[in-house]
Ligand binder design. Sequence first.
Ligand SMILES: [Zn+2]
Length: 228
Amino acid sequence: MSKIQFHPPEQSLSHYAQGQLDPAMSLMLSAHLEFCAHCRQKVADIEQQLAVELSAVPDVPEQAMEQELDSMLQMIMQQSPDTAIAVEQTVRQQQIELGEKQFTLPRALQTHAEHIGPWGRLPGKIQRARVDALSSSKLNFIYMDQDSSLPEHTHQGQEITLVLAGSFHDEAGSYHPGDFVIQNKQHQHSPRTAANQDCLCLTLLDAPLHFTSGLASLLNPFSQLFFR
Ligand SMILES: [Zn+2]
């Protein structure tokens, strides 16, 4: 695997460690961490630091502690059998299939398989599947076939792309599995794949794309397709 060049900002890792990210962003981070030992180490360091800070908090009186344990036990005992069944029925899906191709899902998404919508075709040999019901931002799988491109566009909000398999490139560089690429209003780019290379990504958008180049600006209504 090629070396990962693009990582989430330090602050996001810190928010992740503290459980402060919304579910979709948290999922993007988890998926990046599956690829990236460097960021896993950073998160472990942050967690350790948090643990030190927590242990500096004055001791909880023993009696309060016992009460807490009691109520936790009670909660566990009271969980209805329905809950247990629901857990058993969660089917772990480890792969997605696109035509004859199979891709391994990030572990973070294997238990959300029921949220992965059907694949639909977008213009330009691109396919998309939504991941629903996680947050107000839009989480999508984007699959770019070999030799495909997306018209040049800017971002009205923030676009985060995590490469899961294959690679793509734009004016600024090329991106490989694990790369966590953040683009915003200042970035204008036209992502494309090489003639012999397809690419599967997970993207998180918080506003529709805005197509900038000549004819492609006619596609702006179509940009809403990426944001449903
Ligand atoms: Zn990283």
